[in-house]
Design a protein around this ligand. Structure first.
Ligand code: PHE
Length: 345
């Protein structure tokens, strides 16, 4: 019993002096472990009488509890000290100025696409997508541009092999959308996306550019629907005061075809250098879907008619923001791009 109390006294003293958690853990293992001095002392219990054994057992349990409690207390104390040291050494001076995180902004072409999508979604259109690597079949054949057709030259093409090419316009999405509809109207979609042509890059040409195709197929669709749609679109995009003008044109996939001009924002239509003294600026091509195109894509031209248009996105962006070099869109000069950070449309 004396031995036990001596062990207890020694243990408590040592615990009280411990300076770090590792040392404390060593003491815990030493005193409370199976081979520790308390355990060792308890071995003598087998030679005791019953009464003595009960008394000894009681005291040894108390000793174990005391030691274990002392270790817990010391541990909490040491942990608190460690935490306090850490807090003191890692204190933050919240009065120091912070680092400024540079924030990006949407690309002006993305702003224009977002605006077009908003306008056409508002008119009940859906948004369709198609692949940029297209087949000759969708890009040309189904658009009424068979092999050897002279109008293929209008669209200098990047060919990947005989069958595959980079789409020269978003019009193949017309065919893809119509084929998916299985000859059942109505269809009302726009498809904004990247397009490619083997143009020499200059202030108004880029070998990669963007278009936004639109197509409507339904019963009783006329040129008046096309004109009304484009007029509304132009006024929403450029403002109430702008007018449109349709000029006869040619596209193999539409008949009749038109080129659509918008009245010049700079001079209001009187004539200036921006509109080359004409008062009008061309922004898109359009027309009534050629019956041959309807038929190839599974629609009966006796029942269904349609109109389609292809908007040049860079062209719209250049007019909307007064940009005179198409290359600005692709040079990724932060000073140029940052100007559109606050544009909310
Ligand atoms: N695909 C034509 C082009 O890129 C534009 C267009 C689309 C014209 C739809 C008419 C109808 O030149």
């Amino acid at each position: 019993m004396d031995k036990l109390l001596e062990i207890s006294k020694e243990a408590l003293e040592r615990i009280a002096q411990v300076a770090d958690l590792k040392e404390l853990n060593d003491l815990r293992v030493h005193y409370l472990g199976k081979k520790g001095p308390i355990q060792e002392a308890m071995k003598s219990m087998k030679d005791m009488g019953q009464e003595e054994r009960i008394a000894f057992g009681k005291v040894s349990n108390e000793v174990k509890q005391n030691v274990s409690q002392a270790i817990e207390d010391a541990k909490a104390k040491l942990e608190r000290i460690v935490m306090e040291e850490k807090l003191a050494s890692e204190s933050i001076d919240i009065t120091l100025p912070g680092f400024k995180v540079a924030s990006g902004s949407l690309h002006p072409l993305t702003h224009v696409v977002n605006t077009l999508e908003e306008i056409f979604l508002g008119m009940g259109y859906q948004i369709a997508q198609g692949p940029e690597v297209e087949t000759d079949y969708y890009n040309f054949e189904l658009m009424n541009l068979p092999q050897g057709h002279p109008a293929r030259d209008m669209q200098d093409t990047f060919y990947i092999d005989v069958n595959y090419l980079l789409r020269t316009h978003t019009s193949p999405v017309q065919a893809r959308t119509m084929l998916k509809a299985n000859g059942q109207g109505p269809i009302k979609v726009i498809c904004p996306g990247k397009t490619y042509r083997r143009d020499d890059d200059d202030a108004t040409h880029s070998h990669q550019f963007m278009q936004c195709e639109g197509i409507v197929v339904d019963k009783n669709i006329t040129m008046a629907n096309l004109k009304g749609t484009l007029e509304l679109f132009v006024k929403e995009l450029f403002g109430e005061k702008r007018a449109i003008r349709l000029r006869p044109s040619y596209f193999p996939f539409t008949e009749p075809s038109v080129e659509v001009d918008v009245s010049c924002s700079n001079c209001g239509g009187v004539g200036c250098s921006m509109c080359k003294q004409t008062g009008w600026i061309e922004i898109l091509g359009a027309g009534m879907v050629n019956p041959k195109v309807l038929k190839m894509s599974g629609f009966d031209p006796e029942v269904y008619q349609g109109f389609a248009f292809g908007i040049g996105i860079e062209r719209v962006a250049m007019l909307k923001y007064g940009i005179d070099n198409i290359r600005d869109f692709y040079n990724n000069d932060i000073r140029f791009l940052a100007q559109f950070a606050r544009e909310d449309k």
